[in-house]
Design a protein. Structure first.
Length: 486
């Protein structure tokens, strides 16, 4: 999901505001990737920086979302690797594959906590003032262009006068009215890590990125999984062929996928849960994960009173350099609704401070953002989509190679996946790509470099790749898009 980035904001005072320089007082509200990266940049540029975080440095990305979920998925990835064991001549024990969820989740939480501590240490080492508390913007603006930021802490309320404010408050799991989480049987993705044993039957409501990732991981870990999707297929916003492949993998591994099935309620029973579908069917299981999106954490912190315009969904409206409609108030991350990616949040935060403090800055380019879905296999994408080319909205050439024909893939027992590269037919410039393969998030980087730097398919094709390697298929795909020029 992405929100439009307006070229101009409706407040002319914002557009005409000159940047403030070194020594400026900067207050960052939120310690997730957008917030802590902004704080580091501002400190590097000589600002007096205060960062306020209410629930732990790193925010949800580190403590309850990205780091924990990908740590869990990394465990599942090891389980998935053993699918090819027999073919590779590896004999597994008679008891088969088992997992100790108490150990897995203890490691998940320990890694998240360690990462949070590392972020705090880095901020303090760089001279950032870190405050544990809840911040809100003061409504009035002082004549000299500053505003108050009020911070509620366990020891009382603190007040900071800021010349620049960055709002990076993130988002929280969306709660369905008929599916209130209890943290034991009905859970959001932030609550899964309290489980000390593998769910007997996990019902996942929601087939977007979060739902698909957790459904796939628990399926591979050995749980019986039912995925409830209100759409025709899983991952409805992704490359259609990639989504179909992942759904096929899910079904092959024994997952039940209920397409075009909307969940209306989730009820707890004596020993499990019941998920009530809109057509009257009732699905019973031991646990239910509700993964139906997120809502921005923008309520009750004085944004609208301070002149910050919100969208109908509650997201902060920003432009491509992270400015809001309020004077010298910027925003970054999931609270803006631009792209729900930690990498985008971090870049928005850095861009905000570069712009606010007068450093050289390039506006955010969504088409240069690489994204990855941590299913098995992974789906990585960058730039223009095949859907845009097929619809005629973008003029592009398409090439596709199956991963299974790659020699390194054969050695590793990889049979599922493909690589697509899209290029401009006239110039040969790479404009996008899709990789579906194990570690696709690593393999997409050469394509990301090509898109970001406007490299041509010939330039990519003429770069050496290791033989044998999975990246060799990227070079081969680029060669198939070569057009002879006289």
């Amino acid at each position: 999901m992405s929100a439009a980035l307006p070229v101009e904001l409706p407040n002319p005072e914002v557009a005409g505001a000159s940047p403030v320089r070194s020594g400026s007082r900067v207050v960052v509200i939120g310690g997730g990737p957008g917030g802590y990266e902004a704080a580091l940049v501002a400190s590097q540029l000589g600002a007096d920086v205060t960062l306020v975080e209410r629930s732990g440095l790193g925010g949800a990305a580190v403590l309850t979302d990205v780091v924990p979920s990908k740590t869990l998925i990394a465990t599942a990835e090891w389980m998935a690797v053993t699918e090819s064991a027999a073919e590779l001549g590896i004999r597994t024990g008679g008891s088969g594959r088992t997992v100790d969820m108490a150990v897995v989740n203890a490691r998940v939480l320990e890694l998240a906590t360690r990462q949070s501590h590392d972020i705090r240490a880095r901020l303090l080492a760089e001279g950032v003032r870190v405050i544990d508390g809840v911040a809100r913007l003061g409504a009035p603006r002082h004549d000299r262009g500053t505003r108050d930021v009020l911070v509620a802490t366990p020891g009382g309320e603190l007040e900071f006068e800021a010349e620049i404010v960055l709002v990076a408050t993130g988002a929280s799991p969306r709660i369905l009215p008929g599916a209130r989480p209890d943290g034991e049987r009905i859970m959001t993705w932030a609550q899964l890590y309290t489980l000390d044993r593998l769910p007997e039957h996990l019902i996942v409501v929601g087939s977007g990125v979060t739902g698909a990732e957790f459904a796939g991981a628990y399926n591979v870990l050995g749980a019986r999984v039912t995925l409830v999707s209100s759409r025709e297929r899983v991952l409805p916003g992704e490359d259609e062929e990639a989504a179909e492949l992942i759904e096929g993998v899910f079904r092959r591994r024994g997952m039940t996928v209920l397409s075009r099935s909307r969940a209306e309620a989730v009820r707890r029973t004596a020993d499990g849960v019941e998920v009530v579908l809109a057509d009257g069917r009732v699905i019973t299981g031991s646990h239910c994960l509700v993964a139906v999106g997120a809502v921005p954490n923008t309520a009750g912190i004085g944004l609208e009173e301070a002149g910050v315009r919100l969208t109908p969904t509650g997201h902060v409206l920003v432009d491509r350099v992270s400015r809001t409609t309020a004077f010298r108030v910027y925003a970054a991350g999931d609270c803006t609704g631009v792209l729900p990616l930690a990498s985008v949040a971090a870049m928005q935060g850095r861009i905000a401070m570069w712009h606010a403090l007068g450093d050289a800055v390039a506006p955010l380019d969504i088409k240069a953002v690489a994204a990855n879905i941590f299913t098995a296999p992974e789906i990585a994408t960058i730039g223009v989509s095949e859907r845009e080319i097929r619809s005629g909205s973008v003029d592009g050439a398409i090439t596709r190679l199956p991963v299974a024909r790659n020699p390194r893939a054969k050695m590793l027992g990889i049979k599922e996946g493909f690589i697509k590269i899209f290029s401009d037919p006239g110039t040969g410039v790479v404009i996008g790509g899709v990789v579906v393969a194990p570690r696709a998030g690593e393999l997409i980087f050469p394509v990301t470099l090509a898109v970001a730097n406007r490299l041509t398919v010939d330039q990519v094709a003429n770069a050496f790749t290791i033989y044998p390697s999975l990246t060799g298929s990227l070079g081969e795909a680029a060669r198939t898009l070569h057009t002879a020029r006289r």
